[in-house]
Design a protein around this ligand. Structure first.
Ligand code: TMP
Length: 213
């Protein structure tokens, strides 16, 4: 059994989640916890190589889903499970909900097949599934996200998708939240950075108090 804390951060490209993850890390460090900051796809040397491929090479939808889960498996085995076993806090910039949202919602890939892959990759010896304890979802209108991205770096394969792709990704996140409401906290990412930051801190603190109670 692990006694660590596993929090994932999700949202469409341009929702601005990365800015806030570092602040959450600081909250935990101030509370004396060891923090592992990581991301998907990525987090290990092999998974980062898979990230390069999947973000830049065109590929079939099943191949894309398999690469995401292959990268995740490696990341879980090498980084996430050992950190949780040490009772660390794992803050992960995207996890499995992104596959349901992007490959399932955005690409229209079969939701049930993604569920089978999820069980295969995230299954634990006791038969349960490894899932984040808390998922902070930065929810944003795709049109606002597109405006924010317009001034950003050269877009990758996903970032260059049209707004209707991101509307479908957003619907994918909403579907995941509806399926697993207890671990999701939705944040309105259209607010100012300071307002979002305050809400994220409040959500994480409230959640920690709930766990401790
Ligand atoms: P990032 O830019 O937030 O690091 O995410 C990388 C991109 O990969 C982002 O556009 C979302 C996409 N992605 C998927 O399509 N499926 C997944 O399972 C994950 C983890 C990310």
């Amino acid at each position: 059994m692990s006694s660590g804390t596993f929090i994932s951060f999700e949202g469409i490209d341009g929702a601005g989640k990365s800015t806030h993850i570092a602040r959450v890390a600081e909250l935990f460090r101030q509370a004396g916890r060891a923090v592992v900051l990581t991301r998907e796809p990525g987090g290990t040397s092999l998974s980062e190589k898979l990230r390069e491929l999947v973000l830049h090479e065109p590929m079939d939808a099943l191949t894309e889903a398999l690469v995401m889960f292959a990268a995740r498996r490696e990341h879980l085995v090498q980084i996430i499970e050992p950190a949780l076993a040490r009772s660390d806090v794992v803050l992960c910039d995207r996890f499995t909900d992104a596959t349901f949202a992007y490959q399932g919602g955005g690409r229209g890939f079969n939701w049930q097949v993604l569920g089978q892959l999820e069980r295969m990759v995230q299954g634990l010896p006791d038969g349960s599934l490894r899932q984040p304890d808390l998922t902070v979802w930065f929810d944003l209108d795709p049109l606002i996200a597109a405006e924010r991205l317009a001034s950003a770096r050269v877009p990758d394969k996903f970032e260059s998708q049209p707004a209707d792709f991101f509307a479908a990704v957003r619907a994918g996140y909403a579907r995941r939240q509806a399926e697993m409401p207890s671990r999701f906290a939705r944040i309105d990412a259209a607010q100012s950075i300071d307002a979002v930051s305050a809400e994220v801190s409040r959500v994480v603190s409230d959640w920690l108090q709930g766990v401790a109670a």
